[in-house]
Design a protein around this ligand. Structure first.
Ligand code: ADP
Ligand code: MG
Ligand code: ZN
Length: 501
């Protein structure tokens, strides 16, 4: 398939057309249990170990609504400046596909919990773009199908399909924007910035782990083109499951260029879902179902949701400052450059550094630990920084041990490794591993005397004025004291012992 030949140059797209976009983002809530049953809601368990009659849709089972999920949904709505619906029913969305063992999905079809909001999205140039939110509604996630035997991993051509229902019934929020218009050439950038801002906001709300790579945040991007100045929107395509922030940008740009090619060849854009490929292009999927196909009707097994004003007010008081505004304030407090801040943000370190500072550490010290050594440790073990088994309080305690002169930075690393290995609190690790710096000169002196006695030739050289030879003796002492002596002090004592002090 010649993909590139069918594309119009980006500049030429913009000369003739205006893009219109709409983003649908699905977020899995990180509640302890699923939406309508008591099964654990946790990523990565053995397939089909977190299932029960309710989420397997066995006859006679009845759903029970998870209140924590409703509260998260309301908080998301409030953070997106939405109105919270005082009353709403769930609906059944009927379809037959093995990812949903009930053969219907419970969803807030036309009575969403939150409507009519907006998010002021920060852009790279320091300006903001207001993205209007149409609605945020609750639904349950489907199971996960894995198709084997086809080159693409898709069902077409597959010889075997595996179904894992651990994910079936996980609480999901779908956040849908109103059409995003007037962006011109910035459409791809704005799409990406919106999804980035939404991810950061949801993370700050602590309602989801928003991992696009693990599917806890998934984006479908709708794009259409209209002739410049035209009133009516063109036909949109919906590119499914765009799994990284970069891909959001790539998918929008690609669809603009592809649709322009279709239109300029005199064709019409087909309304369809499309699949995004990691190499940066989309291919046609199924043609879009219409609402009628799903035979929606009100879910008879659940009571309507009717959040009280008191509940909404209480939840409103838990909405944090927008994370990028909080970051700007923090960046000023810490006095660091945009680049340094960006690195910390990308590493997911900002909140951890801030918490470490709150435990009494200097921002410089806290930044150095989280931004370097611990990032490296997280990468080595393939986890997110905040999943490392060390707390900001513990990092602050390590920094204090260094400040107090009990640890060198090098020894502190070993202490941190001990903490990460589950050996206990920093001070305990330091003591158990015998890492504390030896402050006692008499102990160091004994090691110096021994090292000089063991290396008479070198001792002689130093006595003769070749002070650079002292390095070897210092090295021997450091080795003998397992690095717990202060190297500068060792050197002083070596030189003094050889009459060079
Ligand atoms: P569906 O469930 O059919 O995908 P939704 O209403 O959930 O429809 O989402 C459609 C998304 O696409 C919304 O974000 C909407 O604002 C946006 N949208 C609607 N019409 C167009 C269009 N012509 N071009 C681009 N985006 C559109
Ligand atoms: Mg949709
Ligand atoms: Zn269950």
């Amino acid at each position: 398939m010649s993909v590139a030949a069918e594309l119009v140059d980006y500049d030429d797209v913009l000369a003739a057309y205006e893009p219109v976009m709409g983003m649908e983002v699905h977020v899995e809530l990180s509640t302890a249990t699923k939406m309508f049953c008591g099964c654990a809601n946790q990523f990565g368990a053995e397939p089909n170990t977190q299932v029960c009659p309710v989420c397997l849709g066995l006859p006679g089972s009845l759903p029970v609504l998870n209140e924590a999920a409703v509260e998260s949904a309301i908080r998301i709505g409030l953070a997106l400046n939405c109105q919270i619906a005082p009353w709403g029913r769930f609906a059944r969305k009927n379809y037959f596909y093995p990812d949903q063992p009930k053969n219907y999905q419970i969803s807030q079809y036309d009575e969403p919990i939150a409507v009519n909001g907006y998010l002021d999205v920060p852009l790279d140039d320091g300006t903001t773009w207001r993205v209007e939110i149409e609605r945020a509604h609750m639904e349950e996630d489907t199971g996960k199908l894995t198709h084997l035997g086809s080159d693409t991993g898709r069902i077409a051509g597959a010889t075997t399909s595996l179904a894992d229902y651990n994910r079936a019934g996980v609480p999901l929020i779908e956040i849908v924007t109103k059409p995003i218009e007037g962006t011109g050439e910035r459409a791809p950038e704005i799409a990406r910035a919106y999804v980035t801002a939404l991810r950061d906001l949801l993370r700050a709300l602590d309602v989801s782990d928003v991992r696009m790579d693990q599917g806890s945040m998934r984006c479908d991007s709708n794009v259409s083109l209209k002739l410049k100045g035209a009133e009516e929107f063109g036909t949109r395509t919906e590119t499914k499951n765009v799994n990284s922030l970069k891909s959001v940008e790539v998918a929008v740009r690609y669809e603009m260029r592809r649709q322009a090619a279709v239109l300029q060849a005199g064709g019409t854009v087909t309304q369809e879902t499309r699949h995004f490929h990691e190499d940066g292009y989309t291919t046609a999927g199924r043609s879009k179902e219409t609402a009628q196909d799903y035979r929606y009707f009100p879910e008879p097994d659940l009571e309507p949701i009717a959040p009280s004003d008191e509940l909404v007010d209480r939840l409103r008081s838990t909405i944090p400052e927008l994370p990028w505004l909080a970051r700007k304030r923090i960046q000023q407090d810490w006095g660091i450059s945009d680049e340094v801040m960006r690195d910390l943000v990308n590493a997911g370190a900002v909140e951890l550094v801030a918490a470490t500072v709150a435990h009494g550490a200097s921002s410089e010290g806290a930044r150095a630990w989280w931004g370097n050594f611990l990032v490296q440790k997280a990468n080595e073990s393939g986890v997110e920084l905040d999943a490392l088994p060390i707390t900001p309080a513990q990092v602050a305690a390590v920094l204090k041990l260094v400040d107090d002169g009990k640890l060198s930075t090098k020894l502190a690393r070993q202490v941190v490794e001990g903490v990460l290995a589950g050996e206990g609190e920093p001070e305990q690790v330091m003591n158990d591993r015998g890492l504390a710096l030896v402050r006692d000169d008499s102990l160091i002196q004994a090691a110096v005397d021994e090292a000089l006695a063991a290396n008479p030739d070198i001792a002689e050289k130093i006595r003769g004025g070749k002070v650079q030879a002292a390095g070897a003796v210092v090295g021997a002492v450091m080795k003998a004291t397992k690095g717990s002596a202060d190297a500068a002090r060792v050197r002083e004592l070596v030189l003094a012992a050889c009459g060079q002090g």
